[in-house]
Design a protein around this ligand. Sequence first.
Ligand SMILES: Nc1ncnc2c1ncn2[C@@H]1O[C@H](COP(=O)(O)OP(=O)(O)OP(=O)(O)O)[C@@H](O)[C@H]1O
Ligand SMILES: [Mg+2]
Length: 142
Amino acid sequence: MSPALNSPKEIHRWCRNFPGTRAQISEARQFVTSYLGDRPETDTAQLVVSELATNAIRHTRSGLPGGRFGVTVHAGIDLLIIAVLDEGSPSVPHLCQAEDEEQSGRGLHLVETLTTRWGIHGDETGRTVWALLPLTPKHPTA
Ligand SMILES: Nc1ncnc2c1ncn2[C@@H]1O[C@H](COP(=O)(O)OP(=O)(O)OP(=O)(O)O)[C@@H](O)[C@H]1O
Ligand SMILES: [Mg+2]
């Protein structure tokens, strides 16, 4: 059973690797939800991990046969970081220009809109794309 996030005083970090297939996107969403539980930020965190994991599968070697991606959830007192590690690609995560956006190029705009900050670490051999969002502190029960 997963330990739920219930103490406002601790910093938690959970990591898991997933096979790089589309079916694993919902597993990644479930992974995030299982730790955050029923909180105002859970829906946003699910959307963010979906977009980042989809990008890992679609745009990097994580989506090739045998590929994998990793998800890390950092939950602090009042902030949450969702990070997705991929297996790299020559392309770099970027916000697409408006003219590219008719059919695609919306995922990272959505992440930018929903989060306080997002960023990238790594290079073409493997990148982590992370996003930070505020977390409503839970008050301890009396
Ligand atoms: N993890 C990644 N590694 C390398 N390149 C990436 C990664 N994520 C995104 N990109 C690049 O950034 C671009 C923009 O990503 P974004 O998620 O906004 O759009 P998209 O994935 O092309 O389309 P959509 O998300 O709307 O289906 C991508 O087209 C791709 O070139
Ligand atoms: Mg995308």
